[in-house]
Design a protein around this ligand. Structure first.
Ligand SMILES: [Zn+2]
Length: 309
């Protein structure tokens, strides 16, 4: 049994219901964090989780709605660690190592903080009260820049990264696929609707897709080919043959009460699996797809997907 906790189901503009992107997959007794948007560490606490419960973090790209809480996540993990945990592995696109070094490294923005916590007697005492020893170690993480391919394999799970198109050349971006003994799930991150994401998701059970707005709204503004909207999400899920399509990174129009109804009504004729319109801080059961239920899809009709030539 696997489940998805949606910590953040919005984009860069906060509203009362949504802000930023961050997701947890729980499977086989492990927690996997995908993106670390604003307040992700606090939202984890609302689910009874802490950064110490994670060994793996996967970053899609470096827009702040996906990484703003990374310093808090990393520093709380270090601050509360007494050395019992597996070292944290962080994966992300180009410049993830550099970004984390500039945040947490010897000369990083938070070096004033952690050097004070390492060296001040009060902080040393707090560390000892938690069970830690002196001298207090400095924060260290196992960070890797990754592109396309299998990036991690463990007992009963494998993670594959796929470089996708979003806002190149300024930022690289990755989609990720997690295969465990009980679920195969793909995160699009922020992507244009394209074959790279479909290929990564082929044979998976679940597609967690950004869905910025109704396709018609995106296309009327001329941004339909640069980001995934309602119809392109449904088309990609249909072509990949997944069983569940989980909508995240939604703007206020599509996530309103009326917007949800309209979105599902427009998407259902294209994708006949389960469509989940997410709310932040909710947890969703993930299911193996019923392979026999996958309908044939007419790729010719999927006109909102950018095709590689
Ligand atoms: Zn975003």
């Amino acid at each position: 049994m696997a489940n998805l906790i949606v910590l953040g189901s919005g984009g860069p503009i906060p509203n009362a219901d949504r802000f930023g992107t961050s997701h947890v997959v729980q499977s086989g007794g492990r927690n996997f964090l995908f993106d670390c948007g604003p307040a992700a560490t606090y939202k984890l606490a609302k689910h009874g989780l802490s950064s110490l419960d994670f060994d793996y973090v996967f970053i899609s790209h470096h827009h702040f709605d996906h990484v703003a809480d990374l310093p808090a996540f990393l520093l709380t993990r270090w601050d509360h660690s007494i050395g019992d945990e597996t070292p944290l592995k962080v994966f992300g696109p180009e410049n993830t190592e550099l970004m984390i070094d500039r945040l947490i490294g010897e000369e990083g923005a938070f070096a004033f903080d952690w050097k004070a916590r390492v060296n001040h007697p009060l902080s040393q005492q707090m560390h000892q009260l938690r069970g830690g020893d002196l001298p207090r170690p400095k924060p260290e993480f196992d960070v890797s820049d990754v592109s396309t391919g299998v990036i991690l394999e463990g007992e009963g799970f494998r993670v594959t990264s796929q470089r996708i198109e979003h806002v190149e050349p300024q930022l690289q971006a990755n989609a990720y696929r997690l295969d465990t003994d009980d679920i195969s799930i793909v995160f699009t991150g922020d992507a244009r609707p394209c074959d790279h994401v479909i290929d990564l998701a082929k044979g998976a059970d679940v597609l967690v897709s950004m869905c910025g707005n109704f396709q018609s709204e995106l296309e009327s503004k001329g941004v339909g080919s640069g980001q995934i909207g309602s119809l392109s999400a449904a088309e990609m899920a249909a072509e990949a043959g997944v069983g569940q399509l989980v909508m995240v990174h939604m703007g206020p129009d599509i996530s309103s009460e009326a917007g949800r109804v309209r979105a599902v009504a427009e998407m259902s004729p294209i994708f006949q699996g389960e469509i989940i319109v997410t709310d932040e801080l909710n947890s969703y059961d993930l299911h193996r797809k019923d392979a026999s239920a996958s309908p044939r899809v007419d790729i010719e009709k999927h006109t909102h997907i950018f095709r590689d030539m």
